[in-house]
Design a protein around this ligand. Structure first.
Ligand SMILES: Nc1ncnc2c1ncn2[C@@H]1O[C@H](COP(=O)(O)OP(=O)(O)O)[C@@H](O)[C@H]1O
Ligand SMILES: [Mg+2]
Length: 327
């Protein structure tokens, strides 16, 4: 992994590639770290098919911090389980950190899960081993990787605990920590082996509002300091306050995106601007926001017109009565 910020870091964190560089594909800044195209996942249970992902497109570039927001049942966990290498998609393509998730074999999968991606799950209990202290939990992935000598491992654990501001829980077990401390420890575990991509499924789902903010800011800190490409999945729309890019998932597809930026006006004062975009897939499909559809009563078909700098969308007025209703 390449660190793309000029921020001072503790030594052990500053060289996250130590011992791991030979295994990962080199990072090309022009290549996305996550690229899903037409991703499909169909579950069949008791003869009933559920299309959890229905042709999902998503591109996340190196170093980006992106929130994927959607209602319960929209396919968020299905996507993250695929991206973390625990489940295989039914169709489409998914390439993460240079690894093709549809074709990877068993050995590749172990390497991928150990080095290329880190994850944080909603259940704090799923992230940490209950009988180990914070420091011991962070050391587990380093020991499994086997790249560092014992003293280097201790230095790396200390640097990560310091980065996540949890040095004070170093020798405590999870049941002796607050929910926020547990999730920050989970973050340290997730980035211990310097993955290119960090995935988090509802990481604040079990936390109160103030603690959620603390954990989201910790994720933002890890993203900025280590340059790890980060995807946070959540049903909580307030997460978008903490990130520059929020992608909306609806019925197993990405539908709209909100990009936030800071503008400085002629008097030098800062202004936050949020702009909403629709996601256009490879074959030119897009999803109209439900409120647009409702307010013009768009149904079945619409008329499109190409103008010099935009495309117009009109309801199909044919065959409707004076109130716009269809017989
Ligand atoms: N293992 C499974 N078997 C059958 N259906 C599933 C399975 N996992 C998820 N689903 C269904 O897929 C859809 C998306 O679920 P999920 O990805 O968990 O949504 P979210 O995380 O956004 O709440 C839901 O309709 C859910 O019931
Ligand atoms: Mg979920």
């Amino acid at each position: 992994m390449t660190t793309r910020t000029g921020v001072d870091e503790p030594d052990a964190v500053a060289d996250p590639d130590a011992g791991t560089a030979s295994r990962g594909a080199p990072r090309d800044p022009a290549e996305p770290d996550i690229l899903c195209q037409g991703l499909v996942r169909i579950f069949s249970a008791d003869g009933v098919e559920v299309q959890a992902l229905q042709g999902l497109d998503l591109r996340v570039d190196p170093g980006e911090l992106v929130a994927l927001v959607g209602a319960s049942g929209s396919g968020k966990s299905t996507l993250l389980t695929i991206l973390s290498g625990l489940d295989r998609p039914t169709g489409g393509s998914a390439v993460v950190a240079g690894t093709d998730l549809l074709t990877m074999g068993r050995r590749e999968r172990v390497r991928y899960q150990r080095h290329a991606v880190g994850f944080v799950w909603q259940q704090t209990s799923r992230n940490l081993l209950p009988y180990l202290t914070a420091a011991e939990n962070v050391a587990v992935p380093l020991t499994l990787a086997g790249d560092l000598a014992a003293h280097e491992r201790r230095a790396r654990v200390d640097a990560l605990l310091e980065l996540l501001e949890i040095g004070h829980v170093r020798d405590r077990r999870p049941d002796q920590m607050s929910g926020g401390e547990q999730q920050r420890t989970a973050l340290a575990v997730a980035v211990a082996n310097a993955p290119r991509v960090l995935l988090a499924d509802e990481p604040t789902g079990e936390l109160d509002e103030a603690t959620s903010v603390e954990v989201l800011e910790a994720m933002r800190g890890v993203n900025a300091e280590l340059g790890v490409t980060t995807l946070i999945v959540t049903h909580d729309p307030t997460v978008s306050d903490h990130v520059l890019r929020t992608v909306q998932i609806r019925d197993g597809r990405t539908s709209t995106e909100v990009l936030r930026r800071t503008e400085v006006d002629e008097h030098g004062s800062e202004r936050h601007v949020a702009e909403e975009f629709a996601v256009l897939d490879r074959v030119g499909r897009l999803q109209l926001p439900p409120d647009f559809v409702a307010s013009l009563d768009l149904r079945d078909r619409v008329r499109l017109a190409l103008e010099t700098d935009h495309v117009g969308v009109w309801p199909d007025a044919r065959g409707r009565d004076d109130e716009g209703r269809r017989p």
